[in-house]
Design a binder for this molecule. Structure first.
Ligand code: GLU
Length: 424
């Protein structure tokens, strides 16, 4: 006897708690009224549905789907739909709130929402995914709408799913309604520049941060975790601006080359290789987690939540972390990283390029007009740079991290709007 097992280190692996902890700090600095804090701390609406689907083998499987609307104070709620086995209501609540803050940081007139279905699209046929998407759309028919709640792609979904969603919604209302969803294929009212928009915003904010830190992009080194829509375009666009991408990763592993990878070639390889980097040539295969702690100037986590935690934060060697994913850093890791002097450009700023171009898509759909790629890129770059400067100035003013500064900018805007709108 006498042996007491040491208490385990409890990290905030729950993304909703991670979001709330930062929200609380920013609210206190801002001196937010308690009433408004209470309004913003809980989601406005949470919907859970069960979706019975006939599978290809004629069995019936029941899937669980969610849509969480965190806020519609600034306008119709906006946010992606995630198809992933790890989807759960807490994650949806955090992601929905992050959408509220994200839209407010880049100053676009939307509230925040997020949806998801617990499923593994990698193991489903295209027909099964289509039936699931149509069933989900019908279950959420009362929620979605061009002036109410506008979905978009997220992990596990893309233009194909958005096209089915648009078609199903349009059938139900009786006329084609392209502005009900963004991230659609180009021929169906999608916007030029939407596919690469999140990665492009990551590139713009990375370069802006490098300038402040006096890191020359030419020859600077960068590791990118995740090679999906966000990571691959961020890597490609940064490489085009002289940054050496020394490591990338996907579910198959991480791939390292100290002289820099040729990202255009890597993308072509992935596309011809069923979407995976498995077997990539001209690179050394390393453990997936090793990528996060490599010697590199910049680290871009662009995969999923809670990958930088108390378990690895003290081993990170990058000078700058730019969060391409939503919530890649746990709350408890924040202070470890801060104490090491590492600058973090937070998710709600760094990856807001996607929703910004979603907004442009929605505007074009409502105008019945198509903008050129040049116009889309010019306007989104301007929005991202302005948002970066505003967050930077706020960080200097309050002597806080970029993350807390971004929350301050966002919460201040939503709270002021709420005061003007009033309530019952
Ligand atoms: N799912 C993306 C995000 O997390 C895009 C959302 C949107 O375009 O509405 O920002």
């Amino acid at each position: 006897m006498g042996y007491i097992e040491p208490a385990p280190i409890v990290d905030h692996e729950n993304p909703f708690e991670s979001m709330m902890s930062r929200f609380k700090i920013a609210s206190e600095i801002l001196g937010l009224d308690e009433e408004i804090y209470n309004v913003l701390k809980s989601p406005a609406k949470q919907v859970a549905v069960s979706l019975p689907i006939t599978m290809d083998d004629e069995s019936i499987r029941v899937f669980e789907g969610f849509r969480v609307i965190h806020s519609n104070i600034l306008g119709p709620s906006k946010g992606g739909i995630r198809y992933d086995p790890a989807v759960n209501i807490d994650e949806m609540k955090a992601l929905a709130a992050w959408m509220t803050w994200k839209c407010a940081v880049v100053d676009i007139p939307y509230g925040g929402a997020k949806g998801g279905i617990i499923c593994n699209p990698r193991e489903m046929s295209s027909g099964e995914i289509e039936r699931l998407t149509r069933a989900y759309t019908m279950s959420m028919f009362e929620i979605f709408g061009p002036d109410k709640d506008i979905p978009a792609p997220d992990m596990g979904t893309g233009p194909r799913e958005m096209a089915w969603l648009m078609d199903q919604y349009s059938r139900a209302v009786g006329h084609t309604t392209i502005s009900v969803v963004t991230g659609k294929p180009l021929v169906l009212g999608g916007s030029l520049g939407r596919t690469e928009a999140t990665g492009r915003g990551v590139m713009v904010t990375t370069l802006a941060a490098m300038e402040k830190l006096r890191i020359n992009p030419y020859g600077a080194t960068c590791a990118v975790q995740g090679f999906g829509n966000v990571g691959s375009f961020a890597a490609l666009l940064l490489e085009e601006r002289g940054v050496k991408i020394i490591a990338i990763s996907d579910l198959s592993g991480a791939y390292y080359n100290k002289d820099g990878l040729d990202i255009e070639k890597v993308i072509a390889y992935r596309d011809a290789n069923k979407g995976t980097l498995e077997g990539l040539a001209d690179a050394e295969k390393i453990a997936r987690n090793e990528l996060l702690t490599l010697e590199a100037d910049v680290l871009i986590p662009a995969a999923t939540e809670d990958v930088i935690t108390v378990k690895n934060a003290d081993k990170i060697k990058a000078k700058l972390i730019v969060e391409g994913a939503n919530g890649p850093t746990s709350y408890k890791a924040d202070s470890i990283i801060h104490d090491k002097g590492i600058v973090v450009i937070p998710d709600i700023l760094a990856n807001a390029g996607g929703v910004t171009v979603s907004y442009f898509e929605w505007v074009q759909n409502r105008q019945g007009y198509k903008w050129t790629r040049e116009r889309v890129n010019r306007r989104s770059d301007r929005i991202m740079k302005d948002a970066f400067e505003k967050v930077y100035e706020t960080a200097v003013k309050y002597k806080v991290s970029f993350r807390i500064a971004a929350y301050i900018v966002a919460i201040d805007k939503v709270a002021k709007t709420y005061k003007y709108r009033g309530g019952y």
